[in-house]
Design a protein around this ligand. Structure first.
Ligand code: ADP
Length: 438
């Protein structure tokens, strides 16, 4: 408002001066033109001074101008001060973030939409052998070239990290865990952790389980052999027959557990994506049906539905082991008057094998944990059925080896469906493969 008044005052003064000049000359208009011309020149001069100062503000002092121009200069100075204050705060904050991420025990790499490195902290530099500034602006998959990481990066599924073998240092294997976290518009945060210690412990654990199971197998075979001989002895005290039969049952259970543990250790030691042959799923299911019908107790109805002629590519023994574990469970947990169905079909997503039973079903809260080792919904009942709690862990591992997944649907009291999903890359044309295999 003050600015408006000041402009109005100046215009008034110019008009008055114009009148005073024009009156003696006999032309008021000429006087006004001279006065406003001078006023305009003064305004232009002020404008030029302000423009020059704005361009050279870093070293020039603010011009001391009266009226509206003075007000403009004051506003510019104020804005500049505010901007400088915010800039300083941002710089401070940025340095703090840089210092804290630099102190992080984990590596952090910021990638842009093109997967190019924008920034990385000291730890990421050490773990991934990145150099500053040479590697800034380079694509991360040109520097971390392991196929698992490239697949992970391209896959777009970043929920779980990927573990990489990062060579060895001083004879000790190094392992890294890499996790991508999307943020902003297409940018990615790459978190890198050294998991060599955990991996070494995990390898030791697996070795221990494999060795212990292996060592237990021979003495157990001897015990089972003697128990069998003793059980068949006609001179055996009849009072001992019951306990001896129970001992045999338990020894057989231990044999099953050890066999399952060894199978799991073997699967874990194997590289994913194991090669194999084309497996005739229809023939396999027919065989599994026979096995179910050969059980002492089995569901009255056992159906097989093969809706696709395609075969499945993989390890025949492993696929057999996984499918038979599912079929075995369905037979075990379904009463004799129930039914069991095996179904094989293919679609755009790949091949699917489902085992549906009308058995006891499973409460929903148990379902996510079923594939854990030794997890049993009802330990007492499972022991009664000879279950080891390792069957579904084996199924999960076999499926992982074959790029597959297990899905479980179940309604307590009504029944369950366990479905193995395989990608299309695992399907083969039956006839051709039969010829190839032959
Ligand atoms: P187990 O050898 O004890 O059967 P699994 O790993 O094969 O071990 O199965 C884990 C648990 O899952 C079992 O103890 C059982 O409680 C449950 N389960 C598996 N399959 C079925 C099924 N078809 N119906 C009901 N429960 C099942």
């Amino acid at each position: 408002m003050i600015v408006v008044w000041s402009i109005a005052l100046r215009l008034g003064v110019a008009a008055l001066a114009g009148l005073l000049i024009g009156w003696p000359l006999g032309s008021v208009l000429a006087g006004l033109a001279i006065a406003f011309g001078v006023y305009l020149c003064w305004q232009l001069a002020a404008l030029l001074r302000v423009e020059w100062w704005v361009r050279h503000r870093s070293f020039a002092d603010a011009p001391d101008l009266p009226g509206a121009w003075g007000e403009v200069v004051t506003q510019i100075v104020r804005l500049h001060r505010r901007k400088r204050f915010h800039k300083q705060r941002f710089v401070q904050l940025f340095r703090q973030i840089q210092r804290s991420t630099g102190a992080l025990p984990d590596g952090v790499v910021i990638l842009d939409e093109q997967r190019e490195i924008m920034w990385f902290n000291r730890m990421a530099g050490q773990l991934l052998s990145l150099r500053r500034p040479d590697d800034l602006g380079l694509r991360i998959d040109n520097l971390v070239r392991q196929p698992q990481f490239v697949q992970y990066l391209d896959g777009g599924q970043y929920i779980n990290p990927v573990a990489l073998h990062a060579g060895s240092r001083a004879g000790v294997d190094r392992y890294l865990s890499l996790q991508l976290v999307p943020y902003g518009e297409g940018q990615l945060l790459l978190l890198v952790r050294d998991i060599s210690r955990q991996m070494r412990l995990e390898i030791m654990r697996k070795d221990f389980v494999a060795n212990a199971s292996h060592e237990l197998r021979s003495p157990l075979t001897v015990i089972c052999g003697y128990l069998e001989t003793l059980g068949g002895d006609p001179l055996l005290d009849p009072d001992l027959a019951g306990p001896l039969a129970e001992m045999r049952r338990q020894a057989e259970r231990m044999t099953t557990i050890i066999a399952d543990l060894l199978e799991l250790s073997r699967l874990e030691a194997q590289d994913a994506g194991a090669a194999g042959e084309a497996v005739d799923v229809a023939a396999l299911l027919a065989m599994l049906r026979k096995d179910v019908l050969a059980r002492q107790q089995h569901p009255a109805e056992v159906r097989v539905k093969v809706e696709s002629p395609q075969w499945l590519f993989g390890s025949e023994s492993e696929i057999h082991s996984a499918f038979s574990n599912l079929v075995d469970n369905a037979a075990k947990y379904t009463p004799v008057q129930g039914s069991l169905e095996m179904r094989w079909w293919t679609d755009g997503a790949g091949g699917h094998f489902a085992v549906t039973d009308t058995g006891i079903g499973i409460q929903p809260d148990h379902i996510p944990r079923l594939t854990e080792r030794f997890y049993r919904v009802d330990a007492g009942r499972a022991r009664g059925t000879g279950g080891s709690g390792l069957g579904l862990a084996i199924v999960k591992h076999v499926l992982q080896q074959h790029d597959g997944e297990l899905s479980i649907e179940s309604t307590p009291g009504k029944g369950s469906t366990f479905t193995c999903h395989f990608p299309s890359s695992r399907l083969r044309d039956g006839g051709n493969q039969a010829r190839e295999a032959g």
